[in-house]
Design a protein around this ligand. Sequence first.
Ligand SMILES: Nc1ncnc2c1ncn2[C@@H]1O[C@H](COP(=O)(O)OP(=O)(O)OP(=O)(O)O)[C@@H](O)[C@H]1O
Ligand SMILES: [Mg+2]
Length: 261
Amino acid sequence: MTVMEAINKVHLQICGISKRFGGLQALEDISIDIQKNTIHGIIGPNGAGKTTLFNIITGQIRPDQGTIKLDGQTLPYLKPNQLVPLGITRTFQNIRLFKEMSVMENVLIGQHVHTPTPILSIILNGSKARYWEEVAKNEAENALKFVGLENKADEMVKNLSYGQQRLVEFARALAAKPKIILLDEPAAGMNPTEKANLLRLVLLLKEKGYTIVLIEHDMKVVMNICQTITVLDHGKKIAEGQPEMIRKHPEVIKAYLGKGV
Ligand SMILES: Nc1ncnc2c1ncn2[C@@H]1O[C@H](COP(=O)(O)OP(=O)(O)OP(=O)(O)O)[C@@H](O)[C@H]1O
Ligand SMILES: [Mg+2]
């Protein structure tokens, strides 16, 4: 591989990100290259700074220092919605769904930024929105089909199991047609069958050409499906590399002491 080819493969670049919350250094000078079309795992003990990193990438939080580059271009500080058209979407560690709304409505909300009319007019069937409603609905239906919830489209979210609600979040992130999808502990709270299904879907996404950044506590999962793993501990990057290397890394073992890496 030439140097230029290597650079072109970097999809998302986290460059020297630092973030302090009062007296707590949540992230300290973190740099990570996420290669195109890989599953990149981010692991680390509770409070390591994993979610904060996602919050910075997606504009929920501003870093004190550092930049995010997409395909080599430095992104200005954007609001979360402005990232969706650039091809970055995420799911949340704590499910963020409108429980009293239908599955379809929740998934539609994820992609309203792609359509020129406000989401409410789509939901309320506003006449001007008919064309975009069709486009958005089509994407939402595809996403629901992908996660296997097509027959739950009209069900209220609160009537779904927890595992199914996690899949609705996943579908919502997918319906926005991202290139990069950030998954913050997507399998948390799922039973083993649901988890295996979710992992199958993540692997399918990779086959389809997506770039996936995965925060996950289950070491077996991370070791099995990620090509590269970054380990954070107390806001610092303590290791990065292929699963085999991470598994044996002394710093990683120390950080997880007694947690059975
Ligand atoms: N908005 C905030 N204000 C103050 N402190 C925060 C804020 N967000 C996160 N923190 C703190 O920053 C540290 C990193 O939190 P973060 O949620 O990024 O960790 P994490 O690696 O995702 O942990 P977990 O595995 O428990 O989800 C924690 O000590 C947390 O309490
Ligand atoms: Mg977290």
